[in-house]
Design a protein around this ligand. Structure first.
Ligand code: ASP
Length: 326
């Protein structure tokens, strides 16, 4: 049976174009179709080996504008392809701005059984396809090497030769080609000349914490969860405004993630408003605005606000959305 490697296009800078090849910042993301992107990589055929290439444009979006509708469509296509016996793995081309959120989302909603022996690799670029020295082609080739590696499984992001797990990956730089980091955990590995070198074992797919059925996930209205940050002079004004705002199409506020200071601490004035929100039925979850490390109990236990172990504010928001949805 000929094995297939499936490419799903989502847009991003990797598919972006600028008026000048010298311009790496003044471009429009999500302009080039995934087929065209792949055709422009001369050594892709060699990297694919005996794999047949299958490609599909799921969305064409600047990932700063990624929406739940895009995620629903993507998750359904990922599950569809992974369920095929002749599919070895998936590569998703995606913008860097929210790639960590999409990767984490997929790691939570794609059934564990589908990820047990196949990898979903998200690839991206910091320079547009029109650049005189684009980084997208190299990143795609690295993603192919990773997805085709014996034993590869789980959801990962590859950028600048470095492999990150969905759980730990974070964009940490607005311009550098090596724009991602995995915090305390460190990268799971590297791709060197098409060969993967792991620094620790493949992601534990059985650790997926919020199993949710695809039917539930595809349901029309997802609970609205917002993020608020604690800082010097923080007040309860934003929380109170969110709780009393007239309902729009996004529905009532169901949850709040607080990006707290340090070990998840919250300004006393903001804390008062969060307790008011909680009393109104809004689920409040604590996180930390620190880029590295995670909240260390017991300093924040027993005061009514729970936290998701080790998740950044944006990932805690996804976890809370899925928890409320399930
Ligand atoms: N705004 C772009 C995006 O996230 C940035 C990038 O891909 O590097 O789609």
């Amino acid at each position: 049976m000929t094995k297939k490697l499936v490419f799903l296009g989502m847009g991003g800078t990797i598919a972006g174009t600028a008026a000048s090849a010298a311009d790496n910042v003044g471009y429009r993301a999500a302009q080039v179709g995934v087929d065209q992107l792949l055709q422009a990589i001369p050594t892709l055929g060699t990297a694919l080996g005996c794999h047949e290439l299958v490609s599909e444009q799921v969305a064409q979006v600047d990932s700063k504008d990624m929406a739940f509708t895009h995620w629903k469509a993507l998750a359904l296509r990922v599950c569809h392809h992974l369920a095929q016996a002749d599919v070895s793995g998936l590569v998703i081309t995606h913008g860097t701005d929210t790639i960590e959120e999409t990767a984490f989302f997929l790691s939570q909603v794609v059934p564990t059984a589908l990820l047990a022996s196949k990898a979903v690799v998200l690839a991206c670029a910091m320079r547009p396809a029109s650049s005189m020295s684009p980084d997208g082609p190299r990143n795609v080739l690295d993603a192919v090497a990773l997805a085709c590696t014996e034993g590869a499984k789980g959801v990962m992001v590859v950028c600048a030769g470095t492999i990150h797990t969905a759980q730990h990956v974070q964009k940490i730089h607005p311009y550098r080609l090596d724009a991602f980091d995995s915090g305390d955990a460190g990268p799971i590995g590297y791709v060197e000349e098409g060969v993967v070198r792991l620094t620790y074992p493949w992601p534990k797919t059985e650790d997926v914490r919020r199993p949710i059925t695809l039917e539930k996930m595809a349901q029309a209205a997802w609970p609205r969860v917002e993020i608020v940050t604690s800082y010097v002079g923080a007040s309860g004004a934003i929380v109170r405004a969110l709780c009393s705002a007239p309902q729009g199409s996004e529905g009532p506020l169901r949850g709040l993630v607080v990006a707290g200071t340090g070990n998840g601490t919250i300004h006393a004035d903001l804390d008062v408003a969060l307790r008011e929100a909680q009393a109104m039925g809004v689920k409040v979850v604590r996180s930390t605005r620190c880029a590295w490390g995670q909240i260390v109990p017991p300093s924040v236990l027993g005061d009514g606000f729970s936290h998701f172990e080790g998740l950044s504010p944006v990932k805690a928001r996804i976890a809370l959305i899925l928890e409320l949805l399930a």
